[in-house]
Ligand binder design. Sequence first.
Ligand code: DAH
Length: 346
Amino acid sequence: MSVEDLQQQFVAAMNAASTSADLKALRDDFLGRKQGRVTALVKSIASAPPDERRALGAGANALKQLIENALTVREAEALAAAPPKDALDVTLPARQPWMGRRHPLTQVQERVEDIFMAMGYQVIEGPEIEDDWHNFEALNMPAEHPARDMQDTLYLSSPVPVPDGGRAATLLRTHTSGMQIRYMEHHEPPVRIIAPGRVYRRDSFDATHTPMFTQIEGLVVDEGISLGDLKGTLNTFAEAFFEARVATRFRPSFFPYTEPSAELDVECQGCSGRGCPLCKQTGWIEVLGCGMVHPAVFEAVGYDANRYTGFAFGVGIERLALRLYGVDDIRMFYENDLRFLQQVAL
Ligand code: DAH
């Protein structure tokens, strides 16, 4: 058979082929090592008359190359048009997209905010750089007042402008209680606010202390607000926060800006009040400071202390978070180790 005839046969066969299987059969038929038609042609060269061998060889090789090229192109096209079934396993579980989430302290803060917002409180924020008046003086802590020693204060070496400030030294606020003053200076009663934010103290950095932490201040002022309102509100908060009927107790305490003052303890969740390392064997966990607003505070902001009464409280967010998640080292919240952060979720 001549090279030309074989080429025509190939072209006809190739036009008839469409699938990958067709093309594979075609390849075997023409280029197969044992039975292939081109292979046979090449083998026949040896028995051709010597003067034809050269032309025959060149023609056969050219045909072989042409077939090879044509098949390669068509095979690629066929594969693209109909990929083999096992190329993509649609039964594999989908890859989980990685989701960021809010920091545990943010989650606890928002949980507290939600509880109070549901009770009609407004959320306000204020400056972390504070002046002496809002942080101390107006809260019934004049200069030399011994209660100032309760908090080791970080003062700024040169005064910095503070909203409504300029009175004496500037400092990093040691508590959010100054927000009571800031709000009352600009609003008349009734008052029902909470004020979350960072506070700073000259403290060590260990398992139970950090020089920066987070508080939420609360303030309610109106005619006829009583200690009963304070207890009812904070009991409601404790139950909503710990999602249980928790036992609470109000323990007498002292703060210059409240009279009477108390600390709210909640029955230890770890041992149901029996005593464990978490509650230092007392059965109770200290949750917040609170009290009835001192008349001197009302005087400082120009409220009529004969007409209005109110209560205030201050909650430490880190402390709540430690209890809620059963974490025993406060530093875990600041190291931002993703293995920790991903574990603690509400
Ligand atoms: N300011 C207090 C603290 O830093 C917490 C506090 C106690 C806030 C009693 C109050 C309060 O509003 O009435 O520990």
